[in-house]
Design a protein around this ligand. Structure first.
Ligand SMILES: *[C@@H]1O[C@H](CO)[C@@H](O)[C@H](O)[C@H]1NC(C)=O
Ligand SMILES: *[C@@H]1O[C@H](CO)[C@@H](O)[C@H](O)[C@H]1NC(C)=O
Ligand SMILES: *[C@@H]1O[C@H](CO)[C@@H](O)[C@H](O)[C@H]1NC(C)=O
Ligand SMILES: *[C@@H]1O[C@H](CO)[C@@H](O)[C@H](O)[C@H]1NC(C)=O
Length: 211
């Protein structure tokens, strides 16, 4: 996978492009928002593990939390938003703001893994937008040796005779982040994350991750 790390500056906010599994994203700051135990960003509902990170109650926690760590994990699920909270916590979401905005000065905590980055505060989310430059682009890579675990299914399967048919089905769905195309079985597995579930991790097929 290509590795990309560019930094440019827009007004006072850094816009950075990071890549994981060949997936490039642009990160931009949105603002400081209220959170409570209901959770504003619930994109990881049902998910208990993404690669090396365990997820509990929609929350990825790490002493080494940074914007890059949170964005790289949320980008595996193609989420348009992520937030960081109280130094160590990361959330992914398809929306944000359900519990209201907070005063910018509330988000005065730093990230556990980078004291120069803000990471919300107690019950305050620093919310960021993630954009994916080229959703029509697919890169063939080795099947990732990391998996995603969830109580909800993280893939669906359709018949496909050729690779292009499989990739077109993925392109047509905002929920599709990668595919496994099995030419022999003429099956296309469409994945909600750029990592396969354990049940598909030894499938004989070609793996393509979406840009
Ligand atoms: C969180 O806030 C929302 C909106 O004010 C409220 O409906 C919900 O009950 C709150 N949840 C908790 C656990 O406090
Ligand atoms: C966090 O960072 C420290 C120092 O860089 C490192 O020793 C440690 O292994 C990291 N922990 C995790 C869970 O990644
Ligand atoms: C935000 O907090 C600062 C510092 O406490 C205060 O001066 C300012 O008036 C607040 N702004 C709003 C919109 O509440
Ligand atoms: C998993 O794959 C990565 C790169 O794709 C590699 O660096 C790493 O050693 C692999 N880990 C295992 C346990 O195979």
């Amino acid at each position: 996978p290509k590795m990309l790390k560019t930094i440019s500056f827009f007004t006072n906010f850094a816009v950075l492009v990071v890549s994981i599994s060949g997936r490039a994203t642009q990160v931009s700051y949105i603002g400081c928002y209220v959170d409570n135990e209901t959770r504003d960003l619930r994109g990881l509902t049902g998910v208990s593990r993404i690669g090396q990170f365990s997820i509990e109650s929609f929350t990825l926690s790490s002493l080494n939390m940074t914007h890059e760590l949170c964005s790289s994990v949320c980008s595996l699920g193609g989420f348009p938003y992520f937030s960081v909270q109280a130094n160590y916590h990361c959330f992914c979401g398809s929306s944000y703001g359900s519990l209201g905005t907070a005063n910018e000065t509330d988000c005065n905590g730093v990230c556990g893994g980078n004291g120069a980055q803000m990471c919300g505060a107690s019950w305050r989310n620093s919310v960021f937008a993630l954009t994916y430059p080229d959703r029509k682009y697919f890169e063939q890579t080795q099947m990732p040796n990391q998996t995603v675990e969830s109580t909800q299914s993280t893939y669906w399967t359709s018949a496909a005779k050729i690779k292009a048919e499989c990739l077109m089905m993925c392109e047509a769905s905002a929920d599709c982040q990668a595919v496994i195309f099995s030419g022999q079985q003429r099956l296309c597995h469409l994945l909600r994350f750029a990592y396969p579930p354990a049940s598909l991790s030894s499938t004989d097929g070609d793996f393509f991750v979406r840009g």
